[in-house]
Design a binder for this molecule. Structure first.
Ligand code: AHR
Length: 484
């Protein structure tokens, strides 16, 4: 019998809803056929699914694409928009039918904030500065007038701006010192056009454990930035490998171990930010994370289309638990990517759309958004064999404004069910409702069987100081505790 302890009297702070953010890049079928139709209009079924998910923030247009993107190509009458080559992703034609207005309309329909990554790698300071003016200037100005000409009178009010993307790699192969100087320069010209809307400036951060990058950029650009990013993908090896659906036990646990590394990365990068940030509150934004496998057989290798299984659900669950428990430093995270690319929420095929196991985890965790994190602890057993080093159980908990408590748990053992006792301190629920997502590690939804993996109720039994439940092998559980 495993035990989970919840302490209702201690908290690390509020879980920023933006930890549940998403990422959409002009890559494969993420935009066209995913979020939007070929003409750039929102895809209604995708928008409805993401609205239901409570997506708080959406990052766009990349990714590597961001540092090749010239935003003025994507505004104005669609018939005159310039077609370009998407040099990063398959060399396909990008029609620019989906541009700034279309993206911000999708955000409006989903009900989320926009996070725009600007072009530092191949753009100019003026171009980036103009973009902010175009989106945010309420009065008369060259860019605000241009926006009006394009049919939008009111400013869009975009708060989150990324100063480039992976500038150590696809964004220009820069050294941290060079990027830090550019970051200072670009940030200077990202102006505020209304006192209530200060641009929130996010510097390009490190790949995985490149602590030198984080230290150098924070040390040199701390005055100009509000946050710095971090990218970490969960893989079965040092680079993307293996099938998304057909994998060995070794590959299951290699990926989970890689995902679990997020804890160490968040700890170390956060510590460095504190040490070198001169006392300024600089947030950590994990704006790319998730699984990365070989593409589905027969699909374009440049499109990064992969299926999504219970293994992905476990990665999502344990990573979100890590972020919840580090809510004092992690202010935003954006899983890669929202549709049809890498660890997606939705997959589409023609007119059909399915919800992935990862979507269900985000849905089960939704009430953590803006809730007060509660201290929690799982008395774990370390797994053995291929799973060596991993705990069997991993948790987080939070209390919402209405007093309800959400406890979420990832059970990583694929071999046996796990009876758990949840012991509560400072929490006295009148009722407990359990929900579980479970299946074989490779279980997934297809267009023929779209509900093969879906949450179902999980029985709980009250005890003197909490409740018990039986977690199936390889499962994600969510318990909602309603106060008396
Ligand atoms: O998400 C896919 C790619 O991964 C992004 O474009 C890039 O930033 C990262 O390397």
């Amino acid at each position: 019998m495993a035990q989970i302890f919840i302490n209702g009297n201690r908290s690390a702070g509020t879980i920023n809803k933006n930890i549940y953010g998403q990422f959409a890049e002009h890559l494969g079928r993420c935009i066209y056929g995913g979020l939007a139709n070929a003409d750039g209009s929102p895809r209604a079924d995708a928008v409805a699914a993401l609205r239901e998910l409570g997506v708080p923030v959406l990052r766009w247009p990349g990714g590597c694409f961001a540092d090749t993107y010239h935003w003025k190509d994507g505004i104005g009458p669609k018939e005159t928009r310039k077609a370009i080559v998407n040099t990063n992703w398959g060399g396909v034609t990008e029609t620019n039918a989906f541009g700034t207005h279309e993206f911000l309309e999708v955000c409006r329909q989903i009900g989320c904030d926009a996070y725009i990554s600007g072009n530092v790698g191949s753009g100019t300071v003026q171009e980036f500065s103009d973009w902010v003016e175009y989106c945010n200037m309420p009065g008369r100005s060259p860019m605000a007038d241009l926006r009006r000409e394009n049919g939008r009178a009111e400013p869009f009010g975009v708060r989150y701006w990324g100063i480039g993307n992976e500038n150590w790699g696809c964004g220009g192969n820069m050294r941290p010192e060079y990027y830090a100087d550019l970051c200072r320069q670009y940030a200077t010209f990202l102006r505020s056009y209304a006192p209530e809307l200060q641009p929130y400036k996010i510097a390009t951060g490190a790949s995985v454990a490149d602590y030198n990058w984080t230290r150098t950029v924070v040390e040199m650009a701390w005055r100009q930035i509000d946050a710095i990013s971090l990218h970490h993908y969960s893989m079965a090896g040092p680079s993307p490998c293996g099938s998304a659906t057909d994998f060995s036990r070794r590959e299951l646990y290699d990926v989970l171990r890689s995902a679990m590394r997020m804890e160490e990365l968040v700890d170390n990068h956060s510590r460095l930010i504190k040490m070198h940030g001169h006392g300024k509150q600089i947030g950590l934004v994990v704006d790319e994370w998730g699984t990365w496998f070989e593409v589905e057989p027969g699909t374009n290798p440049g499109f990064l289309y992969q299926q999504n299984t219970m293994r992905d659900a476990l990665v999502a669950a344990l990573t979100l638990n890590i972020f919840n428990n580090h809510c004092d430093t992690v202010v935003m995270a954006n899983i890669a990517q929202v549709a049809n690319v890498l660890q997606a929420m939705i997959l589409t095929e023609g007119d059909r759309l399915l919800l992935t196991p990862t979507y269900h985890v985000f849905r089960m965790y939704k009430a953590h958004q803006n809730a007060c994190q509660l201290e929690s602890y799982a008395e774990t057993r370390l797994l053995e064999g291929e799973a060596e080093g991993l705990p069997d159980l991993q948790v987080s908990a939070s209390r919402q404004a209405d007093g309800r408590v959400l406890v979420t748990a990832a059970h990583l053992d694929d071999a046996a069910s796990l009876p758990v006792t949840v012991r509560l301190g400072g929490v006295r629920p009148a009722a407990v409702q359990g929900l579980v997502l479970a299946g074989a590690p490779g279980a997934h939804n297809t267009f023929e069987a779209p509900a093969a993996v879906a949450p179902r109720p999980l029985n709980t039994l009250p005890t003197d100081d909490g409740f018990t439940a039986l977690l199936p092998p390889c499962s994600v559980a969510a318990f909602t505790l309603t106060p008396a």
